[in-house]
Design a protein around this ligand. Structure first.
Ligand code: ATP
Length: 442
């Protein structure tokens, strides 16, 4: 049996993953048959609270104990097993009680959704919800037709994320070990020693995005007043457990390992520039068509084009040193960009960039020599050509002496720093460290 929830939190507090731990605490008369899942959905939708994440837990009749995955007042294990014959209605009623107790109903923008069912919907719901926009009506129709037990609160929008998360069949996946604070500490500053995070970043071979070397800051703790103390992402759930002893400072009250689609690039769709639309995330290939330019606030832009159209690409201020790389691009360079599309004017917010082919950089070395007398000619102004002062001979601009200069940029892959990275973006380091993650089919 599956319980899926979404949109229970607000900017002022709570976290849907914490609510998942409360569900796990409640259902002690069932076994967990899988890691709880934290499924990130379309990062471009404007009504998300933070990371657009929904959560699913899988309950059943456990037979053989497998992995130790958390501690919520007791050690939590997952089991191999089968669907339980316990009543769906009972699970729904109890889950509803928990959602109602913990959701942030005071916020108008919190629209919780709860689904209980014993099958996964078609994975097209996941693919659509991670890549584009899904309509609530369609979700409700499906839930009714397939006899799910469900409840939407306020605007009911959480049902969309809950159904999408339930329909995820992981192809690529990672894990996040999340730790939680004592309730009295929610909203208080977190004490997470930076040196411990640096050490963790060095030692855990399959963890990623824990420390931002550029900003010299830890990136495992959120800034919001939510119940999360920190979360460590990685490819190996056993290795992640080492974090609990490695990170000193405030002690977590509970912890839980989630299976997640973070760091997979599942949100990205490869397409031509003319097909890009607001609110999706695209991978496009094209030629740089303008010098990069910086506007007030430090945001850097350039224009690019493929055979089908043009788009403006942006490296916003939070992408820090990545902007310096972007500034080294030149018209004529061939690039591939990954990023979310914004409307008005249509802009691609770069997450990752491959410089495929650098164009030659030709620089002027000197003015041309006069074809009559051999003397160096003088410039007649910007792009106005040259004239010999002695014999009045003229020469075009392109007669100047030029040579190829070395480019400051190299062909290859570049990504925004950890602090500016989206949960779903696949960090370049994952290609090296997480190849070993095995495949799952359900
Ligand atoms: P947190 O990450 O802290 O749990 P959040 O960023 O996930 O918060 P939510 O509060 O869950 O934000 O709000 C996102 C809302 O958008 C949810 O109601 C979810 O169902 C809905 N949603 C998610 N993806 C889509 C989509 N592709 N189309 C339409 N609605 C979506």
């Amino acid at each position: 049996m599956f319980i899926a929830i979404d949109d229970t939190d607000s900017k002022e507090g709570m976290c849907t993953t914490f609510l998942a731990t409360e569900l796990i605490r409640e259902f002690t008369d069932h076994s967990l048959l899988d890691y709880p899942r934290l499924v990130r959905l379309n990062p471009n939708i404007p009504w998300k609270t933070r990371g657009n994440g929904a959560v699913v837990i899988t309950l059943g009749k456990g037979k053989k104990q497998k992995d130790h995955i958390g501690n919520v007042e007791r050690d939590i294990f997952i089991y191999s097993g089968e669907q339980s014959d316990k009543k769906k209605e009972d699970v729904f009623k109890r889950a509803k009680g928990i959602v109602e107790r913990w959701s942030e109903f005071d916020s108008e923008r919190t629209d919780p959704g709860l689904i209980v069912g014993d099958k996964r919907p078609p994975d097209s719901f996941y693919h659509e919800a991670v890549k584009s926009i899904v309509e609530l009506d369609r979700v409700k129709q499906h839930l009714k037709k397939e006899n799910y037990l469900f409840k939407g609160y306020q605007g009911e929008r959480g049902l969309i994320g809950a159904l999408a998360a339930l329909s995820w069949r992981p192809q690529d996946f990672t894990y996040e070990l999340l730790t939680y604070r004592r309730k009295d500490d929610w909203g208080r500053p977190r004490d997470i020693p930076k040196k411990d995070v640096m050490e963790l970043d060095r030692k855990l071979q399959k963890a990623f995005d824990s420390y931002d070397h550029e900003e010299e800051e830890q990136s495992i703790a959120p800034n919001s007043p939510c119940p999360v103390l920190y979360g460590v992402r990685g490819g190996d759930p056993d290795e992640l457990k080492e974090a609990i002893d490695m990170i000193g400072g405030e002690r977590p009250q509970r912890w839980m390992t989630f299976l997640t689609n973070q760091g997979t690039d599942d949100h990205i769709q490869e397409m031509s520039i003319s097909k890009t639309e607001p609110w999706i995330s695209a991978k496009v290939k094209g030629i740089v068509r303008s010098e990069p330019y910086t506007i007030k606030g430090g945001h850097v832009f350039f224009k690019m084009e493929d055979k089908t159209g043009k788009i403006t690409a942006a490296a916003y201020e939070p992408t820090k040193s990545f902007r310096e790389i972007v500034k080294k691009l030149m018209p004529g360079d061939k690039v591939e960009l990954w990023g979310g599309i914004r409307d008005e004017p249509k802009t691609l917010n770069i997450e990752k960039m491959r410089v495929i082919k650098l164009t030659e950089k030709i620089v002027k070395v000197s003015n041309p020599e006069c074809s009559e007398c051999g003397k160096k000619m003088s410039s007649m102004g910007t792009d106005a050509g040259y004239r010999c002062k002695r014999c009045r001979t003229k020469a075009d601009e392109d007669q100047a002496v030029r040579k190829e200069a070395e480019r400051e940029l190299r062909e290859g892959l570049y990504e925004v720093p950890v602090s500016a990275r989206r949960h779903l973006s696949k960090p370049l380091i994952r290609d090296n460290i997480c190849r070993s993650t095995s495949r799952r089919s359900s």
